[in-house]
Design a protein around this ligand. Structure first.
Ligand code: GCO
Ligand code: CA
Length: 261
């Protein structure tokens, strides 16, 4: 049954893959045999990322561009297609968060988060879908969030965008199923990454809150996402479409429990 999950001969593009969850997911695709293309936006980070991939036995091809810039996306994906062929697998992982109470949030900042976390996955998907349609299929994985389902103080724009990304996933799945393109999402729970570093520091009330709120009793490790990524990128999921798989240690299954229980 291993061939169900084999990505040999496939071309995979992961946005925001110079660190964190993006890198862990990209490594999973590379180790499963895919030709790996990673997007980032900081030259120094890309340089160290390529080294990190190499140390793990993966030859990653780096492309620096802004995923919210439609012209830059078009130019870079055209270059990738010329060099590697059609993108078979797209992971829309690049994203941002701003933690500001809604009453204090500048409208321009709200729009910036929505542009990055919702509009950009749309324009990336739209661009790669052309090649996928021509080739006869493809896999798109949108990285959603607990905030695709739940609200939380200070993250109004992020939650609005990630909730929107869930519905974009279902809508693209609906429109593109006839081209054999599967569009699914992964909703990571709370993971130990750079993004959550400010709320994970020792003594921060949020740290204890998350550990208590998560049935698994811990923060996620980026490697916890790898199996789901391979599944949704491979033949194993060919009849799975429009789903969000929450990899959250059980958070969404439960109302939580009193402290100390
Ligand atoms: C926050 C966190 C979250 C996580 C994740 C949860 O401030 O609540 O940063 O946004 O990063 O997306 O699924
Ligand atoms: Ca980051």
């Amino acid at each position: 049954m291993k061939e169900l999950f084999d990505l040999t001969g496939k071309v995979a593009l992961v946005t925001g893959a110079t660190h964190g969850l993006g890198m862990a997911m990209a490594k999973a695709l590379g180790k499963s045999g895919a030709t790996l293309i990673v997007n980032g936006h900081t030259p120094a980070k890309m340089e160290s990322a390529i080294k990190a991939y190499k140390e793990d036995g993966i030859e990653a091809h780096g492309y620096l561009f802004d995923v919210t810039d439609e012209a830059a996306v078009d130019k870079n994906i055209s270059e990738m297609e010329a060099k590697f062929g059609t993108i078979d697998i797209l992971v829309n992982n690049a994203g941002m968060i701003q933690r500001t109470p809604a009453m204090e949030m500048e409208v321009a900042d709200f729009a910036k988060v929505v542009n990055m976390d919702l509009v950009s996955p749309f324009l990336m998907a739209k661009r790669v879908s052309k090649g996928m349609k021509e080739k006869g299929g493809g896999k798109i994985i949108n990285i959603c969030s607990m905030m695709s389902e739940l609200g939380r103080n200070t993250v109004s724009a992020y939650a609005a965008a990630k909730g929107g990304l869930k519905m974009l996933t279902r809508n693209l799945a609906t429109e593109w199923a006839k081209y054999n393109i599967q569009v699914n999402g992964i909703g990571p729970g709370y993971f130990a990454t750079e993004q959550t570093a400010p709320i994970r520091v020792d003594g921060h009330p949020f740290n204890d809150f998350i550990v208590n709120r998560t049935p698994a009793g811990r923060w996620g490790d980026p490697e916890d996402l790898q199996g789901t990524t391979i599944f949704l990128a491979s033949k194993a999921s060919d009849f799975v479409n429009g789903q969000i798989v929450y990899v959250d240690g059980g958070i969404l299954a439960t109302i939580g429990k009193p402290y100390g229980e």
